[in-house]
Design a protein around this ligand. Structure first.
Ligand code: DON
Length: 566
């Protein structure tokens, strides 16, 4: 039987006993040597190969990550780029340090919430997702320069070289890239520099077309020569600000100069003998994953049939996403009850509200406050020969971000402003409804779902992540559960997926994820199932400490990806 839980009382009392730990998982990495060879999995074979090229020049995983990121910025611009941002988890083998690099975009100083609200009081999606007003100040160039300076072994001129070469010489965009141009053609056509780049002769190009990007190559060369200053000051900054303002944007030189990378302490959660190291705010991903795992740790899912273990997982997702909407934002601007949300006791309280065989309607879970996300954004994973590791998720938000290329730079600006709660309580492009914690303010970072994660066990380690908007969180969660169950990198990337995010109150399912009997049981329990496609682009590398071998796999749903061990 389901009782309407008195959330606020539970929440308030549990806050007092927050922080109790769990028996620590064994940190295999503290004992491990490097594997002696390297593994990279990314969404594009040119990017994976660029990573190996830089490793062969004497680089480490961090230099490889710079090469992979910058190459993706050239060959997979619908998903990420130097006009966007990223969140990366690094593990440095020499001192066993885990650090989270927050290169998320920030709101410009002149941000004005009114421009994102239509006459009807609803979000104005055109302004929040298209053109320069939808763009936050980019973080990726600063993040790459930071990684080179603090963690890499090679200068940016070496780690950016593959990207610069491909931008100059050109490459043949794959079907997915061309399909994204087709999806965004009307908006790309609005802006002359975007149309000139992606719509030769005013049309969506056919397969076999070569895309050369001399302006982007020059922009990357300025970063290679001057580091972050090559983007946030001087020629590039001038071009970005004038292009933005000419097209009705509000960026200033001061906004670009003020951009700062933040290093943050990753979140950790222990689950069934594994330690998961994951993304802290301003990502909501780690908090949600930790909450879900803490709830699930009170059940033995392996003793249940698929319908019942799925039901409990959905219920845990529902509860974690409620908190996501309610409490989370940029930690530099808002106070969040993280001790409460991450505590085992809080999870015990949430677990007690789950009926073993009935869906809880989301309406019964009180709160102050959902469209079809495509699969843009990109994630890659790296382990090098010394045991350094990188999990990095990078984004411009929707396909081709704002679809606005800043003239003279070759840079596609993101449309990350839509990740703010621009109209509190109203859903964003991923159906996520934010509260004041995620309202825009000058210099503030918009909440993200990006969840780059490490899963550390006594015998095995995984580096994992995915694109997918709000489904990033549940995809990574399901990847973690599969790894804990002993699955390999390719089994994890291939497994079928499902997702619940509290509101809308339904389970999104990939075709074939459940057999007919499981589907029937879930529906009888009160779950509303809805088929959905596409489902992410997960790139996973794993390390088996017993045999000291690596494995790498790229999501089989997308043929352009490459997981490689060498
Ligand atoms: O940071 C975020 O959560 C979003 N901007 C990610 C967007 C994304 O994954 C797009 N793909 N579906």
């Amino acid at each position: 039987m389901v009782h309407a839980p008195s959330w606020r009382i539970v929440a308030a009392s549990l806050f007092l006993v927050a922080g109790a730990g769990h028996a620590a998982a064994q940190d295999a990495l503290s004992a491990a040597r490097g594997p002696g060879h390297a593994a990279i999995a990314s969404a594009n074979f040119l990017a994976t190969n660029a990573g190996f090229e830089v490793l062969a020049k004497g680089g480490n995983a961090f230099d490889a990550a710079i090469a992979v990121s910058s190459t993706l910025a050239v060959v997979e611009q619908q998903s990420s780029g130097i006009g966007g941002g990223f969140m990366a988890l690094l593990h440095r083998a020499s001192d066993k340090r885990d650090v989270f690099i927050d290169a998320r975009e920030t709101a410009p100083k002149a941000v004005d919430m009114k421009v994102y609200v239509g006459k009807d009081g609803k979000p104005n999606r055109d302004v929040s997702t298209n053109g320069p007003l939808s763009a936050g100040i980019p973080g990726e160039p600063a993040g790459l320069a930071w990684m080179a300076e603090h963690y890499g072994k090679l200068p940016l001129s070496v780690s950016l070289a593959p990207a610069i070469r491909i931008a100059k010489e050109g490459f043949q965009p794959d079907k997915r890239f061309l399909g994204a141009i087709d999806d965004r053609k009307d908006t790309l056509a609005r802006y002359p520099a975007s149309a000139a780049l992606y719509l030769p002769d005013g049309k969506v190009p056919a397969q076999g077309w070569t895309l050369r990007q001399p302006d982007l190559a020059k922009t990357l060369e300025r970063i290679a020569a001057k580091g972050a200053d090559g983007f946030y000051k001087g020629e590039t900054a001038k071009l970005l600000v004038s292009a933005s303002r000419e097209a009705g944007g509000n960026w200033t030189a001061a906004d670009l100069e003020a951009y700062k990378v933040k290093e943050r302490e990753p979140l950790t959660v222990d689950y069934k003998g594994y330690r998961i190291v994951t993304a802290p705010p301003p990502s909501s991903g780690g908090v949600a994953i930790a909450e879900i795992l803490n709830i699930l740790s009170g059940f033995d899912l392996t003793k249940m049939d698929l319908a019942h273990s799925t039901h409990l997982t959905i219920e845990a997702m529902r509860r974690a996403f409620r908190d996501h909407n309610e409490y989370l934002g940029d930690p530099d601007f808002v106070k969040m009850p993280l001790d409460m949300l991450l505590s085992r006791h809080y999870a015990d309280g949430l677990r007690a509200t789950i009926s073993p065989d009935k869906a809880t309607p989301s309406d019964l879970l009180p709160t102050s406050m959902a469209p079809e996300p495509g699969m843009h954004t990109t994630h890659f994973s790296v382990i090098d020969a010394d045991g350094n590791m990188v999990a990095s998720t990078l984004t411009v938000n929707l396909e081709f971000g704002s679809a606005f290329v800043a003239k003279g730079t070759g840079v596609v600006l993101n449309d990350e402003m839509d990740d703010f709660a621009l109209v509190p309580g109203q859903p964003n492009a991923f159906g996520l409804r934010g509260a004041l914690a995620n309202a825009p303010e000058p210099g503030k970072r918009m909440l993200s779902s990006m969840s780059p994660s490490f899963v550390l066990g006594a015998n095995r380690t995984a580096v994992i992540g995915s694109p997918g908007g709000s489904t990033i969180i549940t995809q990574v969660l399901e990847g973690i559960l599969a790894f804990v169950d002993g699955k390999s990198a390719s089994e994890i990337t291939a497994q079928k997926r499902y997702h619940h995010q509290y509101l809308p109150d339904r389970v999104d399912v990939e075709d074939g994820v459940f057999d007919a009997a499981t589907t029937k049981t879930l529906v009888d329990m009160g779950h509303v199932l809805r088929n959905r496609s596409p489902w992410g682009f997960m790139n996973v590398v794993t390390w088996d400490h017993r045999t000291n071998t690596l494995d790498a796999a790229s999501d089989p749903r997308r043929p352009s990806g490459l997981g490689k061990v060498q």
